[in-house]
Structures are given as C-alpha cells and as structure tokens.
Design a protein around this ligand. Sequence first.
Ligand SMILES: Nc1ncnc2c1ncn2[C@@H]1O[C@H](COP(=O)(O)OP(=O)(O)OP(=O)(O)O)[C@@H](O)[C@H]1O
Length: 632
Amino acid sequence: MTVTERPGTSSGPPRFSPRGDMALLGLLRHAGTGSVAALVLVSVLQVAAPLAVAYVLGALAGLLVDGAAATAFDHALGPLLALAVMMLLTQASSALEKPLRDRVTRQVDGRVRHRVRRIALDAATPAELAEQSVQDDLELVTKGYSHHTAGAAATAQLALCFRRAATVAAAAALAVFSWWIALPALVLVLAQNALLRRQWAGTGGIRTLALRTQPLQRRADHLADTVTGARAAKEIRIFGLAGWFVSEYERVALARFTPLWSKRMRVMGEQWIVLGMSALTAVPVFVLIAMAAARGELTAAELLFHLRVALLLLAGSALGLEPFVVDYGKVSAAAYRRLLDRFGRRAPATVPGGTVEAAPAAIRRTDTVATAPPMIRFTDVGFGYPNGDRQVLDGLNLEIRAGEKLAIVGLNGAGKSTLVRLLTGLQSPQRGRITADGADIAALGLPAWWARLAVVFQSPVRYHLSAEDNVRLGNGALNDPEIADRTLREALDQAEARELVEALPDGLSSVLSAGYRGGTDLSGGQWQKIALARAFYAAGSGASVVVLDEPTAHLDVKAELGVFRKLIEATADRTLVLISHRFATVRHADRIAVLSGGRVGELGTHEELLARGGDYARWYHLQAALVHGRVS
Ligand SMILES: Nc1ncnc2c1ncn2[C@@H]1O[C@H](COP(=O)(O)OP(=O)(O)OP(=O)(O)O)[C@@H](O)[C@H]1O
C-alpha cells in the first residue's frame, strides 16, 4: 500500500494509489483459508446467479411467448426448476455473505491486532512506544479509523472487486446484443461510479475533510469518555463542570461536522451530473433494445434477457457502502503497515543499538539467590525529551556504589523520574554513558538489565488482577510453588501489606478492581503498598538493584516508617535508589544526591550535606520546621 502522508498532518490527507487499494487484499492471508474460500465462492455466486436468472427468465419467456401453447408448460418445467434453484442460491448467498464477510473481517483484525500487541509488548522500546505517532498508529490499528478497521477494508475491497466483475460480466452479456452499445455503456457506468466515489468517498471528497478534522474527533471522544467514565464523576460534580462539558462537546462536534455537512450538501447539489450520466447511459441502451424488438430482430427470450442484463450493468454505477469502508479502513491498514515497517522485522525485546536478548521472563531468576549488585555510573549524561525544549539532564555524573542506599532529592521537575527512566533503560541518554560494572547497560541487553531491577514507578500500574497476581508479577518466572509462596509472604510483610490483603473479601484471590464480582478497589496508599510488595517480590527473587520513585508518597507516617525500616532490611545486600520528598526518610540513606540544573548539585551523607549548608540543608530545615509548626 502506498501511503505518502499521515492522517491529521497539516500538509494534507494521505493518498493511496489504486494499486494500494488492491494491496488491501493481501491482508486476507491473515484469515482462515476456509473462510476466505467460502466468501469467494458466495461472491462468485452473487455475480453468476443474476446472469443465470436473466438467461433462464429469457428462456421461459421464449417458451411461453414464442413456443407452441400445447407443449409450452411441459418444456417450461425444466427452466422453472432451474429458476427456483437460482432463486434459492441467490437468497442463500445473500444471507451468507454478511456473516462470512464479518467472520473474515474479524479473523484479519484479530491477527493484525495480535501482531501490533506483540510489537507494543516486545519490539518497540518504551521510549518508542511513548512517541505520539506510534500511539496514534496503535490506536488506528486497534480501534480502526472512524471504527473502520483494516480487516473491514480488506473484505470491502474484495466485495468491490466482485461488484466490478459483475458489471463487466453484465456488459459482456449485453455485448451479445451489440458490443458497440455494451462497451460505451460500460465505460459510462464505470465513469459514473468513479465520479460518485470521488465526490463521496475519495481523496478530495468528504473523506479528506474527515481526515483533516480527526484531531477534533479525538478531543470530542476524550470529552465524551470523560463524562461517562467513573474517574472524573467526582470532579465534574464538585467543580460544577457538567454544563461546560456539554457545551464544549457541542462546540467541538460542531467544529468537526459543520464543514462535513456543508461539503455533503455541496455534493448533493452536484448530483445532477450523475443523474445526467445515468440518463445518457440508460436511455440509448433501452431505446436501442426496444427498437430492435420493434423491428422484429429480437425474440421474446432475447428481449427479456437483454433488458435484464442492461439493468444489471446500469446497477454497476451505484456507490454502495464499500468505498467508504475501504477509504476509512485503509487509514487503519496504513498505520499497520507503518508499524510493521518500523518494528516488524525487529526480534522481540531488542533495542536499537543494543544486543538481542531472550524475553525478560526467561532471564528472571527461578530461585531466590540475589545476583551481586553492580557498580552503576552515569558519566556526563545529557538527555532532553523529543517534545521538550530543554536538556532535563545536562552533564550529569553520578556513581551508585554496589549495595549502597542512595536517596535522590530535588525540586519538582528537577529530573529525578527522568533519571530513573534512564537508569532503567526506558530512555537512552543522548550524551554520555550509563554503565553497570563498566558495561553500557544498552550493550548488556535491556531484558538482562531489567531482570536485575526491582522498580516502583511514581504511578504504578493498577492491574485488575488478584492481589496475589499483582504481587507475583514482580517475577513471573518464579514458578516453584514453595519458593513463590515464601517470597510472596515475605514481600507482603516487607511492604506492610499483609493485613491489607487479609482484610480483602477473598484475601489473596480478591481481584483489585470494583468492576469484577467480589472485586474491590484500593486506596492510593494501599495500591502503593501492593506496588512495593511487587518490587520486594522481585528483589526477593534475585533482583539486586531496587529503584523506588516516591514509593511512600501516599503512605501514612506510621506505614512509611515501617516500610522504610523493612526496605533497608530487605535491601541489605542490594542497591537501593530511593527518590523521595520526605526528608525524614531520606536522611537514613547512605548518601543523598541533590539534583538541580540537570546535574548532581550536592552529594554526601545527611550530616555532610547539613554541614555544607546548601539546598539540601535549607529544604531539610524548612520541612522540619513545617512538621513542627514553626513556619508561618
Ligand atoms: N514525557 C515527557 N515529555 C516531555 N517532557 C517531559 C516528559 N516527562 C517529563 N518531562 C519534563 O521533564 C522535566 C523533568 O521531569 P521529571 O518527571 O523527571 O521531574 P521530577 O524531578 O521527577 O519531578 P517531580 O518531583 O514533580 O516528580 C519536567 O520539566 C517535565 O515537564
């Protein structure tokens, strides 16, 4: 498929060559051979049956009008039976066509979605996955464009091919009467169809406009999803946002659809051209057939047959729904093509410039023996987000000693979470190196590196799974039931989450989502404990570097203190990198790094940094004063 532009870009709509539309048929290989064969068979029947009916009807008319009255009925029995069979076949093929087409569509879409899920899970790096264009393409493939999917485009294109075949077959049948009538009629019918398609569906028509206004559609969808979702319900009520949401939705929807409606009205006004072409085709064909009949050049059988096939030929100019499905669905197919071109040939879990490794689960340990923690070094690291206007990290140097407990502090936006993303290999530095025991972490192979990490991110994922599975996801490879159970119990204790889990309706088996029978949602702090337990589970089964990005932000003071003590215990022989704004916790770290201006501004023990009297000392005293109510 030839795609020259992305939908929604300012320079114009995507263009597809006619060859591109035919290339959609290639997607049918993703469907079962039996289903495609059945669909083709039914489509062939739909082409052949109306012609056969025309022929048999003609034969019947011939017998009844031209034949001898005495024997006409006897001779008509055969054609009547044939007619009945044809009618049955036509009805059966019409009834079967839709379900078969749906089945093939679903099979293609299922396979296509499966492939892009593998791309999202394995082939694309987290940084690539976060790119807006990749997110757009993933959405286009999984949800379709305007709900029309790649599979729907492929089956609609197949239907269009058969409709075109039916038109040509009808023209060929009419050529028996006169090729010089059939040929121009065919050309006019095809031109009329092409014009209709151009007006309604094709590039330069309504579809182009629909593509240009796609960002508005995204905003309208977001507004609609927000008002019907449960998450925003509280804020919408308390801030009194209902009226604003309704009027904003109307504004956006009107902005999207008004140009489309005006374009549609203009196209309606242009229909006289199509009507004119219809008249130009139909009138001469019927007049010439009638004149031939009047001159006695046609038998009743021939007259009826020619009239029927002429009608079939003229029906070929109709637009139908398929061109719309093709034109919208191929936007989804083009997104699939782009994802395949970029990631399809990449082996699972490879990194550009990195080494190919087996899937993470295979690298994760199946026992509880900790790997030796490495010495991690950031050397002159520079990094800025592609859509950002500054270097978040700019010449950062930092050594994280094997087994040390290092706290990282800094103001909001200083780059602490960014440092975690780089340390965990989710983003690559644009300058400098990050090494573990002297080897670049990208060259180690990220899956191998990830297997050595236990991480709690700032907003951990809330898996709608059982409490047990939520914790055991920390190491899916730990299959030995005895080891897994012991590690699970320890992890729950270390995260101070045991009581919480025991109080759940089904204990460890309770699904952590109110959307399931017997399931229940958790508070922010409870979710944080579950995420901590997950990290402890990973640490308890071999991960030697524990990275926690504000893991206790939602915890109450008692829980935080308990968790922190257990954290130090649990990571005794492991490295701990802790990001926190809570200085009461941070002060117990072996060393504290203060991030400012994209670098490590201060580094040392709590006492050293206090003595230094810099940012850390100022923030520490400020927070202590706040806690003790000494700040007005
Ligand atoms: N995906 C992103 N795209 C563009 N800019 C980003 C992205 N993520 C973070 N930033 C920017 O990078 C800077 C550092 O963000 P980061 O999340 O690392 O800060 P932080 O120190 O962890 O802050 P906080 O204490 O608020 O959690 C901020 O200016 C933020 O706006």
